[in-house]
Design a protein around this ligand. Structure first.
Ligand code: SAM
Ligand code: SF4
Length: 349
């Protein structure tokens, strides 16, 4: 029997995450799906994902496009390529876009993003919602992008445990847990719908760490969460420590638990889930997630944005990604909220 999740304890969460009985797990996931439908409805909202650039100044130990990985061919999309992808998303009736990239903070780059946000707003008559996922920036830059028209921002804390954070990042000022947390709070203060999240199944991570992550997410009161499995990339320090990827079970239990703890937030079914299982994102939706981010990046550069290995659809273009996703969602009986922003119902509460 599922308890009241309003005041769920760390011990209870650990118990749910440790559950191994398949029947009990399925009942738990089904319960979370019910909580979602009762609170925010059954629709899934789409955010077309544009991977602006794989150039990054950072060296996170898990990420395939980290600065020091010399096997990566670096790219930056042109303004025309970005606007074409945005135009596709708008015509395809995706309510929103996500602009994601490696982290860079120099003024010519941040000005470029400001102008892109304004132009995307212009070409879509203000109709496309814009989410950014461009790493840690100064509060002034976040403010500038907000005023240009971006209204949601995703910045994962990656793990809420500072010690673990320092095991999965170099120990220097560019990779500071406190700075990351400050940036998330800055985003909230400016007025963004703010999203965070963690990686699940990291080397050195315990189930207790994951329970703490869920309690952290609830405590800081974000409006959206994108969390997914950690996946191996051989050209990274962490990737050399693991030989195979995990199953989807733990991620689904995390999503279901979070949905019951925070019934009104937006929760993404991330692409990483699809790497583990072809229908991983659809299973996440049936366990409480309500957002999917189909890839819109042009096929010419997709292969260069491999944050983990075996990223699906790297040879596809936006039209193929769209038709595959629609087909999969239809097959799973999942309804799409076409042309809707699908803002978080937890925002401004
Ligand atoms: N550079 C920005 C940042 O780090 O916030 C945005 C882009 S970054 C590629 C987006 C997310 O990818 C990160 O927050 C991290 O959680 C995730 N990521 C990176 N490497 C990963 C891996 N090997 N497995 C799973 N997720 C990974
Ligand atoms: Fe750069 Fe983001 Fe990858 Fe870290 S996770 S190396 S900041 S792209």
């Amino acid at each position: 029997m599922i308890t009241n999740f309003e005041n769920v304890s760390r011990e209870q969460i650990v118990g749910y995450l440790n559950e191994t009985d398949p029947v009990k797990i399925q009942n738990y996931l089904d319960e979370a799906y019910k909580v979602k439908v009762e609170n925010i409805g059954s629709k899934v909202f789409l955010r077309g994902l544009i991977e602006l650039s794989n150039i990054c100044i950072k060296n996170c130990y898990y990420c395939g496009i980290r600065h020091d990985n010399t096997n990566v061919e670096r790219y930056e999309l042109t303004e025309r390529q970005v606007l074409e992808a945005a135009g596709f998303a708008w015509e395809a009736r995706y309510g929103s876009l996500v602009l994601q990239a490696g982290e860079r903070c120099n003024a010519s780059y941040t000005d470029w993003v400001t102008s892109l946000v304004k132009k995307i707003k212009e070409i879509s008559n203000g109709e496309l919602g814009i989410t950014l996922s461009l790493g840690e920036q100064s509060k002034e830059v976040y403010q500038e992008w907000f005023e240009a028209g971006a209204h949601r921002y995703l910045l994962r804390i990656e793990t809420s445990n500072p010690e673990l954070y320092h095991k999965i990042h170099p120990n220097n000022t560019l990779h500071s847990f406190d700075r990351r947390l400050e940036a998330i709070l800055d985003l909230k203060e400016i007025g963004y719908q703010t999203g965070t999240g963690v990686m699940i199944g990291l080397p050195y991570q315990s189930i207790e760490n994951l329970a703490d992550d869920l309690l952290f997410i609830k405590r800081i009161g974000v409006h959206m969460v994108g969390m997914g499995p950690y996946l191996k990339h051989a050209d990274t320090p962490l990737g050399k420590l693991v030989d195979h990827n995990q199953t989807l079970d733990l991620t689904l239990k995390m999503i279901a638990t979070l949905r019951m703890m925070m019934p009104k937030i937006n929760i993404a079914a991330t692409t990483a889930m699809q790497v583990i299982e072809p229908f991983g994102r659809e299973r996440a939706v049936k366990s409480g997630a309500n957002i999917i981010m189909p890839n819109m990046t042009i096929s010419e550069v997709r292969a260069n944005y491999q944050i983990y290995e075996d990223k699906p659809g790297i040879k596809d273009d936006a039209a193929i990604s769209k038709s595959k996703l629609e087909h999969n969602l239809e097959e799973s009986g999942i309804e799409i909220g076409w042309s809707e922003w699908g803002d978080s119902k937890a925002f401004n509460q």
